[in-house]
Design a protein around this ligand. Structure first.
Ligand code: FAD
Length: 543
């Protein structure tokens, strides 16, 4: 019987990101996935800016940038009565090749649909050689045996059932998570926001069939309001149409074909490749684990895709959990670490789920406008009004740097607050701050690197000023004595010092600030707090 340090259930993007991050930390795992790994209908296609920063640490930015998605494909969102009808408005976005990172990051978000992104993650996992990927293997159940977990799996390839032993188990098994169900963790929220039908169809000539040009997404609004979107899923010949408010049982194939012609505004030949009827939901698990078993990704939170937050939130879960598992396996992590995972990540899901639902409401905001498609002065006035209102509303969804970079772990038991007031939570704007709990900000260093490139697999103590010369040594001593990986990086760069706001800043293995201050009266207590040994109320406070 092989015992793995970690068993991951589900090889979706979150399970693969977790397996890859663990391997990047030198930890082996086993991933069981019930499918054969084929992606029949790609869902996600936007890899957010923070996920791309993780990809940078993992060394796979080049793979994402070189995916088959065409780098010259414009990313406009266009609002139309149909593709051959009236254009109501447009938010222009450059192609991936022309786009540039914002000042806040060395990376930018990327367009890379799931049937390109998952294989990139999978190849990266395989390259590292520390993960056993078992496809066509389904988790049937598990039991927490106290010092390890025993999972029952059935192997669809060989028709056998068997057991896998692991020190920890992580359910990355999607919205209908069996792991969450067996843990008895309820979800709160709304079980149905809308019934939606997604269809992937192929037409290599669609761009030539209308006058709106190449664009990433068309939102189709007619006299009854918003009813469909068409997305350029691979920037070439495949398109995903979503009928946003379908009947509860979904649409038949004939209805789907009619809907495609209605959205395009003309008859034309196309191939329907797949149809999925699904429900948008707004759900969050009460907690993200119990004992030796955790959940991550859609298993922990389910949201409307409006905004493209689902997978990106899940990758954030994986990165938060991965170093904590390493710490627990390595014996240097304390009992507050498992609980800190829920405390840190659940509020982020709550915010993102709320934003996603609000985006859905914004997308559905145009009500009935009987004259919208009339070729009359009244029709033109209606189109101008609806287009302007819609464009304004939708900007909230298109500009979300605050969501992707500004998330913070304010209530975390393993972060040492510095007494500064919490800045407002903003969805569009991101202001770089190194307040404990925040993502350690990106600053360009004199040698051209990013501060983000300084943060490695362990803790990093940034020493940014001349004073307090004994602080680094005190942290190094405390960390060494406890087996905590810690590296001191001394920088004489005024801009870093100014943005980071203190002479010493302790950055965690996931790139979040754990502590900052001018001196450390008790480095040992701070190290114990951030590794989850000392509980809140302990003497580890900022000085
Ligand atoms: C139309 C659409 C567009 C979207 N666009 C975006 C976007 O642009 N950006 C974004 O961030 N998110 C987006 N999302 C959301 C995103 O697709 C999901 O959040 C993401 O796929 C979740 O990843 P996951 O790995 O947690 O779960 P999943 O992708 O659902 O993977 C779970 C895996 O677990 C396996 N599994 C389940 N049960 C078992 C079991 N018992 N044993 C073994 N294996 C099991 C499943 O086969 C599956 O492969 C979109 C969603 C939709 C519907």
């Amino acid at each position: 019987m092989t015992e793995y340090p970690i068993l991951i259930v589900g090889a979706g993007p979150v399970g693969l990101a977790l397996a890859g991050d663990l391997a990047w930390r030198g930890i082996s795992s086993c991933v069981v996935e019930r499918s054969d790994g084929t992606i029949e209908q790609p869902r996600m296609d936007m890899v957010g800016i923070r996920s791309m920063e993780h990809a940078r640490r993992w060394g796979i930015v080049h793979d994402v940038e070189n995916s088959p998605y065409p780098r010259d494909y414009p990313q406009d969102n266009v609002y139309v009565t149909s593709l051959t009808g009236w254009e109501l408005g447009r938010e222009r976005f450059p192609s991936m090749g022309d786009d540039r990172p914002p000042p806040a990051s060395p990376q930018k978000r990327e367009r890379c649909p799931q049937d390109m992104f998952d294989p990139i993650l999978r190849r990266w996992v395989e390259r590292q050689g520390l993960t056993e990927l078992r496809f066509r293997t389904e988790l049937a159940g598990f039991r927490d045996a106290g010092d390890h977990v025993v999972a029952e799996v059935s192997d669809h390839a060989g028709g056998r059932t068997g057991e896998i032993h692991a020190r920890y188990l992580v359910g990355c098994d999607g919205a209908a998570s069996r792991v969450r169900e067996q843990l008895g963790i309820p979800m709160q929220g709304k079980t149905v926001l809308t019934n939606t039908t997604n269809v992937i169809f192929r037409d290599p000539d669609l761009v030539e069939r209308h006058d709106k040009g190449r664009a990433y997404r068309f939102i189709v609004i007619d006299t009854e309001g918003t009813w469909a979107t068409i997305v350029a899923i691979n920037g070439r010949d495949r398109w995903r149409m979503s009928v946003v408010q379908a009947p509860p049982d979904g649409l038949t194939r004939t209805e789907v074909e009619t809907a495609i012609r209605r959205a395009v505004g003309r008859d034309f030949p196309f191939d329907v490749l797949s149809i999925t009827n699904w429900k948008r939901r707004e759900l969050i698990a009460d907690r993200y684990g119990k004992g030796r078993v955790f959940i991550a990704g859609d298993a922990a939170h389910v949201m409307s895709p409006t905004g493209g937050f689902g997978m990106n939130t899940g990758i954030g879960d994986a990165v938060d959990l991965s170093w904590k598992l390493e710490a627990l396996l390595g014996g240097w992590g304390g009992s507050a670490l498992p609980e800190s995972y829920t405390v840190e990540r659940k509020p982020i899901a709550e915010r993102n789920v709320r934003e996603a639902s609000a985006n859905l409401n914004r997308m559905l905001s145009p009500g009935e406008n009987p004259s919208l498609c009339d070729d009359t002065p009244e029709g033109a006035a209606t189109r101008a009004r609806v287009g302007a209102e819609f464009a304004e509303a939708m900007r909230h969804e298109w500009y979300t740097l605050g969501i992707h970079l500004g998330y913070r772990y304010d209530e975390s038991p393993i972060v040492v607050p510095d007494g500064t007031p919490a800045p407002p939570v903003e969805h569009a704007r991101y202001v770089p701050r190194a307040r404990p709990g925040s993502r350690a900000p990106h600053v360009v260093l004199a040698d051209g690197r990013s501060t983000l490139d300084l943060f490695g697999r362990g803790f990093t103590l940034l020493a940014l000023g001349a004073q307090g010369g004994d602080v680094p040594a005190a942290f190094e001593r405390a960390a060494r004595g406890r087996g905590v990986p810690l590296r001191v990086v001394t920088l004489d760069e005024p801009q870093v010092r100014e943005i980071y706001g203190a002479p010493f800043v302790l950055v965690r293995p996931d790139g979040h600030v754990a502590w900052r201050g001018g001196s450390a009266t008790d480095a040992a207590a701070i190290v114990d707090r951030v590794r989850g040994v000392l509980r809140v109320g302990s003497p580890a406070t900022a000085s």
